[in-house]
Structure formats: C-alpha cells, structure tokens
Design a protein around this ligand. Structure first.
Ligand code: FAD
Ligand code: UDP
Length: 370
C-alpha cells in the first residue's frame, strides 16, 4: 500500500526547506515537521521595530556556487551587503579579516605588502613543521602578535578550549590578504535577502504542508509509517538515542537590547577578541539591510557549554567527536529509507551555501536511484 507522503522532512532549516522545494517541484507529496514554533531553523529572522533581527546569530550569505546563488535569488532579492567586521580589544580597534588595513594598524612601519610580509615572515619562523593545531596554524598564517591580539582569547571564549587542542581547520576559514580589502569572505557572491531570511524560506516552502511545534521523537512510530522516505535534519546522535555516546556541541546565548539611538556601533558586526568581556560579538541588525529607524537593536553573543534544553549550534570537529560521528554514520547507512542531512545530522561546521549544495546533491542522488 502506498504511503500518504513520498517524503517526511524533519526540520524546516535550509537543508529541509531546500530538499522539500526540490521534491515538490518534481510533483512529490511532502510533509515538513518542525519542533520549533517557526520555520527557517537557525537562519530565522523576526521583524522588531521595523528591523529584521537575526534571532540565532548574524547570517551573511556568501557562496562561489552559481547554482546555489541562482537558487536563493529565485526566492528573494539580495542586497549588496559586504561583511566587514571590526575587531575590538580593550581600547583598540582593527579591521578584519587579516589584511593590509589590519597590518598597517598594528605595525607603525607597515605601509606596503612587503612591510607586512617582513613582520609576518619573521614571526612565523617559530613554526617549523606542518601546523598540528589551531595555535600553530594561526601563527604560521599571521604571526604571534596577531594571534595573541585577535585570535587566541576570542577562540578560547568561542570554544572553551586551549587553541592547541583545536583543529587547525577552524582558523583557515578566515582569509589573510596582502591587499587593503576588509571583505570578510573570498566568495564571488554575497548579500542579505531583502526582507529577511524567514521570508526567503517561506517562499521556498510555498504550497508545502508544514506542522510546527511537532517533534519527530514524540510520535516517531506514527511518523515512520507516514512516508516512503524520511529526510532527517536533527542531531545525528539523538536519532540513534545516543546509543554509542553523546556527540559534543557548542552552544550560544543571545542577549538583545532595543536602544533609542539611530546608529550604535556603525557596523553590523563587532568582534570582541579579548577576555575582558565574556561575549564574542555584538551585532547591530539594522546595518544588514540599511534599515532606516530612530531605534536600533543590538545583540550580544555569548559562547556557552551545551547543556540539555539549549540549542546545539556548532559541531566540535575534534578527533574524538569525528570518530564517534563516523560510527553513527555507519549506522545511518543501514537506515535504508532515511536520509541524513544538514549541520546537525551530518555533524559538520557547514555554511549556508554548503548546506544547500549538500541538499542539491543528496536530492539528485536519491532521484537518480529511483
Ligand atoms: P538548522 O537551521 O539547525 O535546521 C534544523 C531544523 O531541524 C531546526 O529548525 C530544528 O528545530 C529542527 N529539528 C531538529 N530536531 C527536530 C526534531 N526532532 N523534530 C522536528 N524538528 C527538528 N552560515 C553562513 O553561510 N553565513 C553566516 O554568516 C553564518 N553565520 C552563522 C552564525 C552562527 C551563530 C551560527 C551558529 C551558524 C552560522 N552559519 C552561517 C551556519 C548556518 O546557520 C547553517 O549552515 C544553516 O543554518 C544550517 O541549516 P540546517 O538546515 O542544516 O540546520
Ligand atoms: N576567529 C578569531 N578572531 C576573530 C574571528 C574569528 O580568532 O575575530 C577565529 C575563531 O577561532 C573562530 C574562527 O576564527 O571560531 C572562525 O571564525 P568565523 O567568523 O568564521 O566563525 P563563525 O561565524 O562560524 O562563528
């Protein structure tokens, strides 16, 4: 007997919404369930005081994939926002990412790329072999001075671990440039969907049945009977009832304030790179879309250890966790009618475009096997 739906999609974040959209276009019957009281997962934005507030942290869309860029632009028009955050440590500010502006701000005798290289090359000499951890990788990229001012304490706050115990890959996300260019990303396409991400995801899910406030695990038996295939975007370990042990996650706490001020910090993102404050970033949301308003909304972002009841924000891709995730992925392969996708179910530090690309590839693989 054929089931009511072709696909039951667990989670309405970017992975679930992309998969649902592709399946619907192919004429499939799709049901999306979402345990929160809203769609869009962590890219959810909410309008307050006329400003689109990024409720789960600042999200800037950037990609090199033309197909992904065309896809998101078919649901929302994007503005030309370029992320150029400022780093603040005590009473000093620096431009990010690490570029000629940063180097010139730091060293009095630095004006040209050759001047910057002279400093950096001198400092990176202390790393003789291939970098084995984040500290060595950071010093070999930009030298010890920048590592100590802009990386070490920020990273310790963010991950609550010593930089020597973290994978080098975390820091290679940031560009290092010998030109005067404060664009935080190297990608060809970048912007913010005008009107907020929620509107974009709403358009992706247009015409698709959605049940909010619905947790897959509360009615698992019922849901498993409902569809030919399940697309699961929740935490990988939770699906298997943690039977091999718990994966570690990093969480965050957000504290927002509405201020009777037009322009509080002059930029959307300020990174606080020292231990003198517990937060890592302050976001001023109106600058993402250049919203005109007498008021402004700012959000302090505090890294936090994950505890039950909190959101799981970042996979911690160290050796122990990667090994455990691989064991869970072996179990996942045996779940013939379940597709695992997205940052929680793949246990990956994924940007938005990678999540969409992964949903494209997954959908194509499933479709061609049919
Ligand atoms: P999610 O958005 O987490 O969606 C999963 C959904 O599944 C959630 O809505 C959840 O409630 C639901 N769910 C889970 N379990 C169940 C269940 N049992 N039943 C029903 N529903 C369930 N990327 C960028 O490209 N640019 C950025 O600037 C950027 N900034 C970021 C800032 C922060 C602070 C963080 C944490 C991430 C950032 N990212 C950024 C990454 C981006 O958030 C993710 O790549 C993307 O949102 C992941 O989408 P997803 O669908 O995999 O997961
Ligand atoms: N980082 C840092 N100083 C900064 C910004 C970033 O040391 O001012 C390091 C930190 O280890 C962080 C990593 O670079 O975890 C990646 O930064 P990104 O801004 O990409 O982090 P995300 O936005 O994903 O939290």
């Amino acid at each position: 007997m054929s089931k009511k739906y072709n696909y039951l999609i667990v989670g309405s974040g970017l992975f679930g919404a992309t998969f649902a959209n592709l399946a619907k276009k192919d004429g499939k019957k799709v049901l999306v369930i979402e345990k929160r009281n809203h769609i869009a997962g962590n890219i959810y934005t909410e309008k307050q005081e006329g400003i689109n507030v990024h409720k789960y942290g600042a999200h800037i869309f950037h990609t090199n994939y033309k197909d992904v860029w065309d896809f998101v632009n078919s649901f929302s028009e994007f503005n030309r926002y370029t992320n150029s955050p400022i780093a603040r440590i005590k009473n000093r500010i620096f431009n990010l990412p690490f570029n000629m502006n940063t180097f010139a701000e730091l060293w009095d005798d630095c004006f040209t790329p050759a001047d910057a290289l002279r400093h950096i090359n001198e400092e990176r000499k202390e790393i003789k072999d291939t970098p084995k951890n984040l500290e060595e990788q950071a010093i070999s990229l930009v030298g010890r001075t920048i590592y100590e001012l802009l990386i070490k304490e920020y990273t310790e706050k963010q991950w609550n671990r010593d930089c020597k115990e973290l994978p080098a890959s975390i820091i290679t996300r940031l560009p290092v440039r010998l030109i005067y260019d404060n664009n935080y990303f190297n990608d060809r396409y970048q912007g913010i969907p005008i009107g907020g991400y929620t509107k974009m995801v709403e358009n992706m899910l247009s015409g698709i049945e959605i049940k909010l406030d619905t947790d897959f695990f509360e009615h698992r038996d019922e849901f498993e009977k409902l569809a030919d295939k399940i697309v699961y975007t929740g935490p990988l370990d939770e699906y298997f009832d943690y039977k091999l042990g718990n994966l570690d996650w990093r969480s965050l706490k957000f504290e927002s304030e509405t201020l009777n001020e037009e322009n509080h910090q002059g930029v959307a993102v300020v990174n606080y790179t020292g231990h003198e404050v517990a937060y890592t970033r302050v976001i001023e949301h109106k600058h993402f879309e250049d919203t005109k308003s007498d008021k402004t909304i700012i959000t302090y972002e505090y890294p936090a250890d994950y505890k039950p009841g909190m959101e799981k924000y970042y996979a911690i891709n160290d050796e122990r966790n990667n090994r455990l995730a691989e064991e869970y992925k072996k179990l996942a392969k045996d779940e013939k009618n379940v597709i695992f996708g997205g940052r929680l179910a793949e246990y990956k530090y994924y940007d938005m475009d990678d999540v969409i690309k992964s949903a494209f590839d997954t959908y194509e693989r499933i479709r061609s096997a049919e």
